[in-house]
Design a protein around this ligand. Structure first.
Ligand code: ADP
Ligand code: MG
Length: 252
C-alpha cells in the first residue's frame, strides 16, 4: 500500500484578511509526480510557500512524512527533505556544473543510491551519476555562465537533487525554454520521479501533457478539480476559469 508523503488539510492562508488559500485539501502519494495548474492569482506560489515553511497556515495543517510542519522553520523543513526549485536558476555562474553540484552534495545521504536504488559509491561516481542524469557530462567543466538557459535549469534541478530531498517542488521549470529543452527537462523530471515525490507548477500545456499523470487545478485558493490532463482540460469549470486567459501562456 502506498502512503501519502504530503497531506494538506483545510489549509487557509490570509494576507490582511485576503484568503490566498482557502480551505484547501490536497494529498500526494509517495513517489507521485503531480502537476499543479491554475490561473494567475490562484494561490500556486503561496501553496509552495506554505509547504516549504516560508508562509505559515492561518488555519489548517501541512503534514509531511507524518509530521505537522506548523512549528518548523524553513530551514528545518528543508532538512526534513523538502527541496524547492525557484523559477530563476540560482546557480554559481562563475563555477562549473561539477563544482556547483559538489557544493550542494548532501554528505549525509547517498544520492546515487537514492537516485538509482544502488549501494554506496564514492562521491565522484555519485557526482558523475548525477551529471549524467541531468545530461551535463559534456559541459561538466565549463563555467556555468556559458550554459544555455535550459542547461542552467537542469543544473539547478541537479543541485536540488544533490541535497537528496524526498519531495521536490518545482516552479515553472520550462518558462522561456525552447521546445527541445522543454522536452529534456520533462524527461529529467520523469526520470527523477522514479525515486522522488515531485510537485511541478507549470503553465505550458504541451509540457504538462508530456509529464503529467495527475493534474490538480487551483482556483481562488482552493482545489477546483483533479484528474488526468484530458479530464481537466475538458472540465467546464476549468474552461470557465481560464476564459480570457490563454491556458498555455498565462504567467505567474
Ligand atoms: P499564483 O502563483 O497562482 O499566481 P499567488 O500564490 O502568488 O498566486 O497569489 C495568490 C493571491 O494572494 C494573489 O491575489 C496575490 O496577490 C495574493 N498574495 C500573495 N502573496 C501575498 C502577500 N505576501 N501579501 C498579500 N497578498 C498576497
Ligand atoms: Mg505564482
Amino acid at each position: 500500500m502506498k502512503s501519502n508523503i504530503l497531506e494538506i488539510q483545510e489549509l487557509t492562508v490570509s494576507f490582511d484578511g485576503f484568503k490566498a488559500l482557502n480551505k484547501l485539501n490536497f494529498s500526494l502519494e509517495t513517489g507521485e509526480l503531480r502537476v499543479i495548474i491554475g490561473p494567475n492569482g490562484a494561490g500556486k506560489t503561496t501553496f509552495l510557500d506554505v509547504i516549504t515553511g516560508k508562509v505559515k497556515p492561518t488555519i489548517g495543517n501541512v503534514i509531511f512524512k507524518g509530521k505537522n510542519l506548523r512549528t518548523f522553520s524553513e530551514h528545518q523543513v528543508a532538512r526534513l527533505g523538502v527541496g524547492r526549485k525557484f523559477q530563476t536558476p540560482r546557480i554559481y555562474l562563475n563555477l562549473t556544473p561539477r563544482e556547483n553540484l559538489s557544493l550542494t552534495f548532501n554528505p549525509n545521504k547517498d544520492v546515487f543510491a537514492t537516485l538509482f536504488g544502488r549501494t554506496s559509491r564514492s562521491e565522484n561516481t555519485t557526482l558523475g551519476g548525477l551529471l549524467e542524469t541531468i545530461d551535463l557530462i559534456e559541459k561538466a567543466d565549463v563555467l556555468a555562465n556559458k550554459l544555455s538557459h535550459g542547461e542552467k535549469q537542469r543544473l539547478e534541478i541537479g543541485m536540488l537533487v544533490a541535497q537528496s530531498p524526498d519531495l521536490l517542488l518545482v516552479d515553472e521549470p520550462v518558462a522561456g525554454l525552447t521546445d527541445e529543452e522543454t522536452e529534456k527537462v520533462g524527461n529529467l523530471l520523469i526520470n527523477l520521479a522514479e525515486s522522488h515525490s515531485i510537485i511541478v507548477i507549470e503553465h505550458d500545456m504541451e509540457f504538462v501533457r508530456q509529464i503529467a499523470r495527475q493534474v490538480t487545478v487551483l482556483h481562488q485558493g482552493t482545489v477546483l478539480c483533479e484528474g488526468n490532463i484530458t479530464e481537466v482540460q475538458n472540465d467546464p469549470r476549468v474552461i470557465e476559469v481560464y476564459l480570457g486567459q490563454e491556458m498555455s501562456t498565462a504567467d505567474t
